[in-house]
Design a protein around this ligand. Structure first.
Ligand SMILES: [Zn+2]
Length: 95
């Protein structure tokens, strides 16, 4: 039996100007469980976007990602960006 991705139950939402304005007025919260850090407006340079998605292969363009396989689109504050980085394998081999 083959496994087939069925998505995460996300549905498309039509972004009206009113909805965009409402979303832009809301604070963006750090996705780290228990963290209350947030910002409004433009993303501060020391925060990072956190995007988790599934794809059957490498992608060349982020627009190719099927939103049904995009369970997390969030941000991390500087403290938790660093904490996540410590949990992951290094991006470059150790010297
Ligand atoms: Zn945080």
């Amino acid at each position: 039996m083959s496994k087939k991705r069925t998505g995460y139950g996300r549905q498309s939402v039509k972004l009206t100007p009113e909805l965009v304005a409402m979303l832009e007025a809301m604070p963006r919260l750090c996705a780290w469980n228990g963290c209350g850090e947030n910002y409004r407006g433009d993303q501060p340079p020391d925060w990072n976007c956190l995007l988790v998605f599934w794809s059957p292969g490498p992608i060349d363009n982020i627009a190719e990602i099927n939103p049904n396989f995009w369970p997390r689109d969030s941000v991390l504050c500087p403290k938790h960006s660093a904490a996540l980085e410590k949990l992951l394998k290094p991006l470059s081999p150790a010297a």
